[in-house]
Design a protein around this ligand. Sequence first.
Ligand SMILES: [Zn+2]
Length: 318
Amino acid sequence: MCKNTIQFQKGIGIRQFLANYGNEDQCESALISWRWPDGFQCPKCGSRSFCKLHRKAEFQCNCCRCQTSLTSNTIFDSTKLPLATWFLGIYLVTQNKAGISALTLHRQLGISYNASLRMKHKLMQVMMERDNSWQLSGFVQIDDAYWGGERHGGRRGRGSENKAPFVAAVQTDADNHPIYMKFNAVDNFQRKTIREWAEHALKKGVRAVSDGLSCFRGIEDAGCQHTAIITGGGHASMENELFTWVNTMLGNVKTAMTGTYHKLDPKHLGRYLSEFNYRFNLRFDMPSMISRLGRAAVNTAPMPDRQLKLPDVQWQPG
Ligand SMILES: [Zn+2]
């Protein structure tokens, strides 16, 4: 089965990674090719005629004299870190299935904790925006979950204030194998909130199953089919094959997040979950995650400190 192929795929070893992206020039060339696949183009006048300035990775347009840095207007904007450090960060973040904490990044990259925390959040932001740009389709198992503790059995959907709610959704194929996942933080489990989530996360016509929590009627409001299967929660829902994967993956993600991050700020739960979505959804091709994330990063708007610290904006309004 393909499961073993995925688990035992070669990935990209650190030697291979360093051979490809080990020095500043290699990283700069890669970033140029991702940002301007057809060659440099002046962002102001559109001209393709330029000269490179003495400073590294700065371009000057030959027509309008406008100067552009390779990292300006990207998530790397205003960074003081060498590109090679960023690339190594991308390597560590994408190739570790259970995630990597800012503290470990700080140690392994030899940068300050504040710098590693910024890097980690910027990369998670890139993953979140990327993950939000497409939708699940076909058959989808859905469950409600909380970060910071979950009640088994009993009443559900009423997390206390220190529990951050999120929706767990897994797309499965005809053989009930998991294909893609989307775990997204939500404000609450109200019908209109779930409707808004479904409009962003699910293609119209998705066939969804949930355990019948009343807010999930919001899925129907978003133009999807929805079957509520009353399981009674707890062990009964674990045993229902329709929920096998969403339950399994919820367990895996919570275990990994607890092990790697211990505690995390609930206002950034969306970013942390997106990191798991991103890696899982690209698990068939781990080496390509580096170039894919790099390409997404140069197409992600800058995020100054102030903005980085605000609560996540899961979906851009409008
Ligand atoms: Zn120009």
